[in-house]
Design a protein around this ligand. Sequence first.
Ligand code: CO
Length: 471
Amino acid sequence: MAEQVKKKPLKITETVLRDAHQSLIATRMTTEQMLPIIDKMDKVGYHSVECWGGATFDASLRFLKEDPWMRLRKLRDGFKNTKLQMLFRGQNILGYNHYSDDVVEYFVQKSIANGIDIIRIFDCFNDLRNLQTAVKAANKEKGHAQIALSYTLGDAYTLDYWKDTARRIEEMGADSICIKDMAGLLVPYEATRLVEALKAGTKLPIQMHTHYTSGVASMTYLKSVEAGADVIDTAMSPFSMGTSQPATEVMVETFKGTPYDTGLDQNLLAEIADYFRPMQEEALKSGLLNPKVMGVNIKTLLYQVPGGMLSNLVSQLKDAKAEDKYYQVLEEIPKVRTDFGEPPLVTPSSQIVGTQAVLNVLQGERYKMVTKESKKVLAGEFGQTIKPFNKEVQKKAIGDVKPITCRPADLIEPQLDRFRKECAEWIEQEEDVLSYALFPQVATDFFKYRAAQKTKVDSSMADQENKAYPV
Ligand code: CO
């Protein structure tokens, strides 16, 4: 008798409310646009809905004039049965610098208190020391701590490296592991080997996160799932593909009738897609969604540079009227990356390496000018990279400054009280200090805007009262 294939339903994390719009429409989806559909989304049976963190926090305050904490509470109210997930940059939280442990702990505590169930925590160097505080805090608050490894290529990134790192992640107390392939570099057959290696290193569930930038994403998911991956990240079709994730409906259909059948209802998914489609059409019309990002960018594979970094590069060179230097800069990026210890290229390391490469080319001499951030990297202030820094470059950048080798946050004094004092006049809720800690200027501008809106509302209500009760 044929051996019965054991069922292992694949789980789906929906990214349309976070990564998908961050990747395609510059994180401009508003809470108001999200709310009407969450009742339906809550009925799907997703493993989780990624809806907060990453760039959404910054974009809410900066561009949408929305309180990100309020968004989270509204989403929590609407999603009664579905786990909510956020993306968290380790000791950088949602910002670009390292913060003290007390700020990291408080942020985790408030994220969970306001409705987050799963926190996906990553570090741009995969330096696990930069994840410790956030993981411990999530454990303490009874949240699900997922550690995401930033996927990258390079001779130091062997299958043994990934396997050993997975083992260490389990020992740290994480609840699951994610492979975060922000640039779409993980090709299908390599995914088989990678997932098998991870499975050999850990018993933790494995989640896959990739982007369609290089055109291989859905095949990578197929091979990952066959190799044992437990969860994949997908986006509703109107905000899928291109620099976003594979389409939810397509992946659901792919595994239908197999041992990995997700069991999700295509009709319900179709109704949800119908809701998002006009939003996509509107974004195309307004130019917010550039059709260019929807295609395959094979240069991502050739240069191993994330799609977002390529577009930043083009605009930096345009500003400097040096667009003819594009290919020179593309060749310089891997060289800078090697000098910097071959880190993954993801926020913030992607910006740091990219900007330094542009400077090296435009100045006509490598490291003639060194950015503040590059100096920080070479002084060890972002943590440890997989390979040592180029000693000559380090010397040229930071001179005789002695690089640090400890966990960077060990040298940062508690900051929370100082932040509280600095923004005291604007505080309306406990969470405000965290918005301020991450983005002092942007948050202050938002607080002023919020106060002004309130005065407006108060006076219009007073007007109405006056009309209702003429004196
Ligand atoms: Co992503």
